[in-house]
Structure formats: C-alpha cells, structure tokens
Ligand binder design. Structure first.
Ligand code: GDP
Ligand code: MG
Length: 706
C-alpha cells in the first residue's frame, strides 16, 4: 500500500523547542543543508504515521514574519513559496502571549495550522494552567499539549497533523479597528478585481507569485508598508492606483490614531491574544506581571469586575447630570430671556410667535442641552481611549452568551449611549451575520445622546436633585436589560443559532490623549449642533405651523383662548386622533404630537414641547399675567400636567420607541433591505407601548409617583 505524502513545517519563536520536537519526531531520518544564498541551516526529516509519509521542515526560529532578519525572511519564504500541507506552530506554554504573536501572523497566511503548546511540564510546574480546548475554540486552531523533551503528546500531535479536517474548530480571524478593516476590505476588493488578476499574471512570470498569497494578507502587508510586498507591487505599473489608495488609507488612519499603522496592527494582534489568554490561561503567580495585567487582575476579576463596571457607568451618569445641569439651567434662562426680548421687540402677530415660540423656543430648547451632551460624549471618549470599553465587553461576555450573543456585541451597544449611528456601523466588527443582525436590532434600545435632553428636562422638572442621577442611571440600565431580553427573543425565534466562543480583544491600558479625546467629543457635539441648526430648526417651524393653523374655526371666528386654538389646530387634531391609543399609558394629545415629531429626531420631542408650552403660556399672559422669562423646566411643570409617574413613563417611551430617521437609514444601508428597518420601527413602538402600559398601570395601582 502506497502511503500518502504530506509536507509540514515547524514554525515558532527561538527556544520554543522546535528542534527538540523535530529530533524526537524524525529520529535519525534527517537531512541538514543550507537555504540557497544564505547561511541559514535547512533541516528536513521524515516520519510515518497512520499511513502517511510526512516530510518535516524545521524552520529557523522567528518572532514575526516581517522579513526584518534573514531568519525571518527564510521562514516566510518557505511558508509562502513551498507547497506546505500544514504548519505546526510550536509555542512555549510558559510564555504563551508572546509566542502567539507569531501564531496570529501565520494564521493570516491561511495555511492549515496546528498549535503545539510545548514545555507544558515547565509551565504547569510554574502555576500556569491552560484550557487547551477553549484556546482552540477561541483562536480557531487545533491545539495539543506537548512536552517535547519527554515525548508527551506526540501521538495526539501526529493525529492532528494527519486528520486534516479540523473537527469542531470554528473559523477565526483577528479583526482590527474598524477603520483598518474598512481599508483592508477596499484594498482586497481592488486586488481581486479583474484588472488585478491580470497583474497577478504579470507577476507570475517573475515567479514571485503574488497571486498565491491570500488577498487579506497582501492588503495588511501593503498597509504595514512591508518592504518585500511593497517593492513587488511597485514594480508592477498597473498597481499604481492601488498603491495610491493604500497610501491614502494609511495616512488617514495614522492621522486619526496618532500612531503608526504597523503599531496599530501589532496592537490589534496583541489585544486579541490577551483576550484569548485571559479566558483560556490561568496563572497562579503573577510575579512579573505588566501594568496592564495587574490592572486587569482587579478590573476583570470575577467578583469585583462587574460591580466596578456598573459603578463606573453610574458615576458617568451622575457626573453628566451634576456637572451639566446647572449650566443647562443657566442657558435655559438665557434662552427664555431671549424669547421674551424678541417677543417684546416685535409687534404682536404671526412673526412674533414664529420667532419667539417656534424658533427661539424650539431650537433654543435643544441647544441648551449641549453641556450634558458634551459631558456624556467626553465620558464615553475617555472610556474608549483608556481601553476600559473593551474590558466592559469582556466582562459582559458571559451574560451576553446567555442571550445568544457574545461580549463583542456589547461594544456597539455601549457606543450607542453616544449615538446609534456609529453604533450600528460598529457592528461590522462582528463576523457572524446573525450576531450582527441581532446586535443591530437591539442597539437602538441603548439610550442615545439625543434622548438625554428629554430625560434632563423631565428629571429637572419633576424629580428632586438627590434622585436625579439615579433616575437617569435607571433609564440606561432599563435600556440595557431590554436589549438583552430582546436579543434573547430574537435569538430564540427570529434567527436561532448557537453562539460560539469568541476572543474579546484586550488592548493595553493607556492614558487618553487629551487632543484626540477632545477632537472626538467636539466632532460629536458639532453633529448635535448642526442637527439643531438644520433638521430641528425645520421641524420646529413645521411643528409651530401645525399648531398655529388654522387660526380661526370653521365659521371664521377667533378662538376664545390660545389653548382652544391649539387644540383645534392641525397638530391638535392629529394629537387628538391618536390620544385613545396613548391614553392607557398616561399621555394626552400634546405628548402624542411631541412623540410623532420625535420620529425625525429625539431632540425634537423637546423642541416640540418647548414650542407647545411657550404657546400655552401665552394664555396665562392674556389672562392678566405679565410675559416673564420662565425656565423651560418651570414651563414644563406648569403646562405639561405630568406627575413623577407620567414623567418617568414618558422617559421610558422615549427610550424605547423608534430610532431616529437617520438610524433607520443606516440600518437600511447595512442590511441592504427595508425589511429590518421597518421591523425595528414596528417592534420598538410595540415594546414601548407594552412596557409603558405595565409601568403606568402598575404605578397607578400602587400609587407610586402620582
Ligand atoms: P528551538 O530554538 O525552538 O529549536 O528550541 P530547542 O529545541 O533548541 O529547545 C530549547 C530548550 O528548551 C532546550 O534546552 C530544550 O531542552 C528545552 N525544551 C524543549 N522542549 C521542552 C519541553 O517540552 N519541556 C522542557 N522542560 N524543556 C524543553
Ligand atoms: Mg532550533
């Protein structure tokens, strides 16, 4: 019977035990030579196993595949140019994180691989325990425990080598920051286009065979400015356009991050490895732990981790309110004064009302909340920049698995506290399409920055100061809980499927750079202001008009009061039409109008209420009062007819019901169909109603906050 021939290579860091393993596997059947042109020793040997004739090449030890040293170049060329069936990556169990760096690079070459975790004896004697099966699941490579010096694990290793099918090992790839991934995708697409197939043909003739390399690997190497690959590409004139694109992408990413792209990619690999090891490796003694490891010992601790996370979130919302609201109140006074000034300066009439109630009231009512928005965005930017956001995702991993997602989905959800649009886009880091869809569907339940003004207004108007931060925090927590529940529901009925273990990247902790945090905060704040100046201004005018017209009744008679006029306006009629639907959750027609306007953007709920209440206030002026500057909170208290219960229920409704129009458009883009955005609208409105119904009726029954 003729045996099947396969060729494998042993790769690994220097001193990981490759040669020891090679010797024990091949015994005397060795051949030692040199690689052509360099004085690097080339060792080959043979072994038979299970009907296979295995040729083994012992590669020079390397830490990476960047082609910096002759050893690295030789190893890389063998890996790229020779017809290998498999690579055995030999790693030192006592120094796993460092050794796995090469593993991640080998993985990018897309050659089948087996991980031999060597020196397991030494590692175990030093208090290191490795969960080999979990590690295999996490990094997507079959793993085997080996002690080369004692010959332990050799049969298992050979079985893995000859059983080519990777049983139950999922596909895994290191994913980098989203901007890098987008650049990789763009370059890959250009590489794979017809034009470039021609280029590959041209390259073939000089036997460098660029086309054989995986396009993802090539794209990464081009972005990293790898010397060999870049030179090869530069020698092909048709690749000029692609190289331009690479340069543009690299420069913009480096500018944003303030760091070298090569470093960013290396960091991405280490973050991935750290995440995998945090889960699969237990180390008893941490005598030479790095700063990041020491901090993680506390922040990722099984007992202290989650409480610390929730404390951090609680603190964020306390600070947002405590520091931001006094400034908001001050700005509100200014807006109120401006409204009165405008009203007094202009002669009474339509224009007066449009400017003082519609524009100053509506847009001003939104702009005043800028301080709280800024503080929230600042907090989120700092959490992201320090690396703590990734820890939050890591901590939530176990809980997320219970609802059929994994911790990675939690990052977009947290970003959603700022704005849902970047959050939906951040779901691109999720490889599994089902995970991605479910995450996209539940992310709108995270309370975004635009909803914050509504909460701030209602809390300031109806709740005492000492409760304010906690009420705000509770809204955010309810959002997270509902998102988890809905994820479970969707994972059970809508897109069922198992969730698999996943590496949660853990970047090193860093001091946030003031400049980049400030830039990020301002970019988001600017979006908020621009929105106030455009879409919200437009809606404020529309809402004002809908409330102002018709000005007379069907007989052409003036209404007795502004309130009566408002009730009979177009908006009033619309509100009255939907009132029966929202009455069971405690809202009357005015709130209904504000909620309908909020479909466009959540801030519009506030601007609508502002317009409404200042128009309503005009009545009391007519009845003998003087036009005095009232703060928005004061107006709300006087005009809304809310109590604590209805205010809270309204916050809940705002939290849950429909994402804004822009988010709907992004969901449409990302899912490439109208199905999911429409579904999102439908389920969020129904959920909002049901939750509010339960809370309102329950609160009424128990007499809480009424
Ligand atoms: P290479 O540089 O990767 O070829 O590593 P070597 O095979 O030369 O091994 C480096 C050192 O590690 C040698 O002193 C080996 O005896 C030792 N070594 C290799 N494998 C093991 C093992 O499984 N356990 C222990 N305790 N030592 C090992
Ligand atoms: Mg050696």
């Amino acid at each position: 019977m003729s045996s099947k021939k396969i060729t494998i290579a042993l790769a690994g860091n220097p001193n990981s035990g490759k040669t020891t393993l090679f010797n024990i596997l091949t015994g005397a059947r060795q051949h030692v030579g040199n690689y052509p042109g360099v004085t690097v020793e080339r060792k080959e040997g043979r072994i038979k196993h299970d009907g296979y004739d295995i040729k083994i090449i012992d590669l020079p030890g390397t830490y990476g595949l960047t082609a910096y040293s002759p050893d690295e170049l030789v190893a890389r060329n063998v890996l790229l140019e020779e017809e290998l069936d498999l690579v055995v990556d030999v790693v030192d169990a006592s120094n796993l994180e460092r050794n796995l760096y090469l593993t991640m690079q080998l993985k990018e070459l897309e050659i089948p691989m087996v991980l031999a975790v060597n020196m397991a004896d030494y590692a175990e004697a030093n208090g290191i325990t490795i969960n080999y099966d979990l590690l295999a699941q996490l990094i997507g490579i079959p793993v085997v425990r080996v002690v080369a010096t004692k010959g332990e694990g050799l049969d298992d290793l050979l079985d893995l080598i000859t059983h080519k099918e990777k049983e139950n090992i999922p596909e895994k790839t290191v994913r980098y920051k989203i901007e890098i991934e987008e650049a990789i995708a763009r370059i890959e697409e250009m590489l794979n286009s017809d034009l470039n197939l021609e280029i590959f043909d041209a390259v073939k003739k000089d036997s460098s065979r660029l086309e054989k390399y995986p396009s993802r690997w090539l794209a990464i190497k081009l972005l990293e400015e790898d010397k060999e690959v870049t030179e090869k590409a530069q020698s092909i004139s048709k690749m000029a356009g692609l190289l331009d694109q690479v340069k543009k992408d690299r420069e913009s990413i480096e500018l944003d991050a303030g760091d070298d792209l090569e470093n960013l990619i290396a960091e991405g690999r280490y973050a991935y490895i750290r995440g995998a090891c945090q889960e699969a490796v237990k180390i008893v003694e941490l005598n030479k732990a790095s700063k990041t490891e020491r901090i993680d010992k506390v922040l990722l601790n099984r007992i202290t981790g989650l409480p610390i996370f929730f404390f951090v979130m609680w603190l964020l919302f306390q600070l947002t309110f405590a520091l931001g609201n006094p400034i908001v109140e001050y700005l509100e006074d200014l807006v109120a004064l401006a409204g009165v000034a405008a009203s007094n300066a202009l002669s009474p009439g339509l224009l007066n009302s449009l400017i003082s109630d519609g524009i100053i009231g509506g847009v001003g009512g939104v702009v005043v909340f800028l301080p709280v928005i800024l503080l929230l965005f600042l907090g989120i930017a700092i959490l992201e920049a320090t690396g703590y956001m990734s820890r939050a995702a890591f901590l939530m991993d176990k809980i997320m698995h219970k609802v059929g997602l994994h911790g990675k989905s939690f990052v977009p959800m947290l970003i959603g506290f700022g704005c849902t649009i970047p959050a939906i886009m951040a779901t691109r880091t999720l490889e599994n399409p089902k995970d991605r869809l479910v995450t996209m569907l539940v992310t709108p339940l995270m309370s975004c920055g635009a909803k914050l003004p509504v909460y701030t207004l209602l809390i300031a108007a109806f709740f005492p100061n000492h409760m304010a931060g906690n009420i705000l925090f509770s809204i955010y927590i309810i959002g997270i809980l509902l998102a988890l529940i809905m994820a479970k529901v969707f994972r059970t009925w809508l897109v069922p499927g198992e969730s698999e273990p996943f590496v949660m990247e853990l970047p090193v902790y860093r001091m946030p750079k003031l400049k980049s945090v400030a830039i990020q905060m301002w970019e988001r704040a600017w979006l908020y202001l621009r929105k106030a100046g455009t879409i919200i201004l437009a809606f404020a005018i529309v809402v004002w008009a809908l409330f102002t017209f018709p000005m007379v009744d069907s007989q052409g008679m003036n209404y007795a009061s502004a309130t009566e006029q408002m009730e009979n306006s177009y908006a009033g009629r619309l509100g009255k039409t939907i009132e029966p639907v929202i009455a069971p959750i405690g809202f009357e027609w005015k709130t209904g109008v504000a909620l309908i306007a909020g479909f466009a953007a959540k801030e519009i709920v506030v601007s609508t209420m502002a317009t409404l209440y200042s128009m309503g206030d005009a009545d009391s002026v007519l009845e003998g009062g003087t036009a005095e500057a009232k703060s928005f909170a004061q107006l709300t208290r006087e005009q809304s007819g809310f109590n604590q219960l209805t205010a809270f229920v309204l916050m809940l409704f705002i939290l849950i019901y429909v994402p804004c129009m822009a988010t709907i458009a992004v969901i449409k883009n990302e899912t490439n169909s109208w199905r999911w955005p429409i579904f999102t609208i439908g389920y969020t409105v129904s959920l909002a109603w049901v939750v509010c119904f339960v809370v309102y009726q329950g609160g009424m029954f128990l007499g809480i906050g009424v």
